[in-house]
Structures are given as structure tokens and as C-alpha cells.
Design a protein around this ligand. Structure first.
Ligand code: C5J
Length: 221
């Protein structure tokens, strides 16, 4: 039994082979100056700050032969997979499909839609293209995890209160034991990150656990 020091109490893994690292939406448009997040007036340096720690965690998983699964929030070029409600949300000039600083916003294959170079997926790693905030909605993620016998998910990426939290809640409802890695997730709004971490682990871990990356790596070694 592997045990990771976590909140609200230690997180236990029956066998290390049952765990996957989920890296949510570490995309250029959310993290780089000139991208969508920046154009909306957000401070992207907040999100960039987690990259070194997340990179170490990803490399730790790779060195242990454990699966790393990446996600990308994106839509088809004709936006046929974008619900009208999502498309018309917000009142700014830039919306999904608009021409942004790094190509069309949230459109599959555009430069800004890709994962940042520092965290580029390795050949053979699963990359889930997701039209929703959660990584389970309208994707094959659940089948891929089930095929590989994965029961435990360590969840990272951006933004904490949107795609990361939605994915963790979707996973929890599907029966996965989930842990959010505190220093490998970030929000443009620090108070939203803090609130998310607290609500996840409240009431005895109602959605799951939280822990820092160093404790995750120590527990898995
Ligand atoms: C957002 C995300 N915030 N990856 N996407 O729209 O959290």
C-alpha cells in the first residue's frame, strides 16, 4: 500500500500501477502573453509559476513508468461541437473562434491551442481533446482509464476552479479516487484557487484530497 501525505487525511493507493496523472489544459492561450487569457485582462504569470513544479511531477511519473494524460480545451474549426450557450457567453470582443493573438481562440490545431513547449506530451501519451470544461464530457477519457485499470487520479493544470475542479467532480462521481495537486494547479484568481482546495477536501474529503507535489513524489517512490 502506497500512502501520500495529504489533506484531509492520507491518500492511499492500493498499487501504484492504478494511478494516472491528469494534466488539464496547460495551453499557450491560457499561459502565454499575447494569448486568450492575457487578452481577457488576466495576469498569466500566475499560471506560469506552476510550470517548473508540474514539469518535475510529470517527469517523476514518466520515470516511474506511470501514465500521464494531457487535456486540451478545444473545438472543431466549424465550432459544431460548441454549444450556443458556450459560444455566446461573455461580452468581450474575443470569443471562441475569434482571431486572437495566437490564432483562432480555442480552435483545435491553432498555435495558441497547443500545450506549452515545456510540458509537451511525449509520443504515446494520451491527449484528450475536450469541448467542455470537464475532461469526461464528450470524450473517451473514462473508457481509456477503465481499459488501463486506473482507479486513482492525481489532477493538475489550469484553471483550478474551472476545468480542473469540473474534471475532479466528474471523476469523483464516476468513482475515481481523486487528489488535486496544490502547487500544480493555478487560477487567475488566487482566492478562487484557495476556495477550491478548501471545498474539495471539506467534510472529510467530499470531492477528494489535496497534497503538494513533493509529498506526492515522496509517497510514490
Ligand atoms: C477556462 C480552463 N477557464 N481550462 N478553461 O475557460 O479552465
Amino acid at each position: 500500500m502506497t500512502s501520500i501525505s495529504a489533506l484531509p487525511y492520507d491518500y492511499e493507493l492500493p498499487e501504484s500501477g492504478n494511478v494516472a496523472l491528469i494534466v488539464i489544459d496547460m495551453q499557450r492561450d491560457f499561459l502565454e502573453p499575447g494569448g486568450f487569457g492575457d487578452a481577457l485582462g488576466n495576469d498569466v504569470s500566475l499560471l506560469q509559476a506552476i510550470v517548473p513544479t508540474l514539469k518535475s511531477l510529470i517527469e517523476g511519473f514518466r520515470s516511474m513508468g506511470l501514465p500521464v494524460i494531457h487535456t486540451i480545451e478545444c473545438h472543431q474549426p466549424d465550432l459544431s461541437d460548441c454549444p450556443p450557450a458556450k459560444l455566446k457567453r461573455g461580452k468581450g470582443d474575443l470569443t471562441i473562434g475569434s482571431e486572437g493573438g495566437m490564432g483562432r481562440i480555442l480552435v483545435k490545431g491553432e498555435p495558441g491551442n497547443g500545450i506549452i513547449a515545456d510540458l509537451a506530451p511525449l509520443p504515446g501519451e494520451v491527449v484528450i481533446h475536450k469541448p467542455g470544461k470537464g475532461a469526461f464530457y464528450a470524450t473517451y477519457l473514462d473508457s481509456i482509464l477503465k481499459e488501463q485499470g486506473i482507479t486513482h487520479l492525481l489532477i493538475t493544470g489550469v484553471t483550478t476552479e474551472v476545468c480542473v475542479q469540473t474534471t475532479m467532480r466528474e471523476a469523483n462521481d464516476r468513482g475515481y479516487e481523486c487528489l488535486m495537486v496544490e502547487d500544480c494547479t493555478e487560477s487567475y484568481f488566487p482566492e478562487f484557487k484557495q476556495a477550491t482546495l478548501e471545498m474539495v477536501r471539506a467534510q472529510g474529503g467530499i470531492v477528494g484530497w489535496t497534497a503538494i507535489a513533493a509529498d506526492v513524489l515522496q509517497g510514490l517512490e
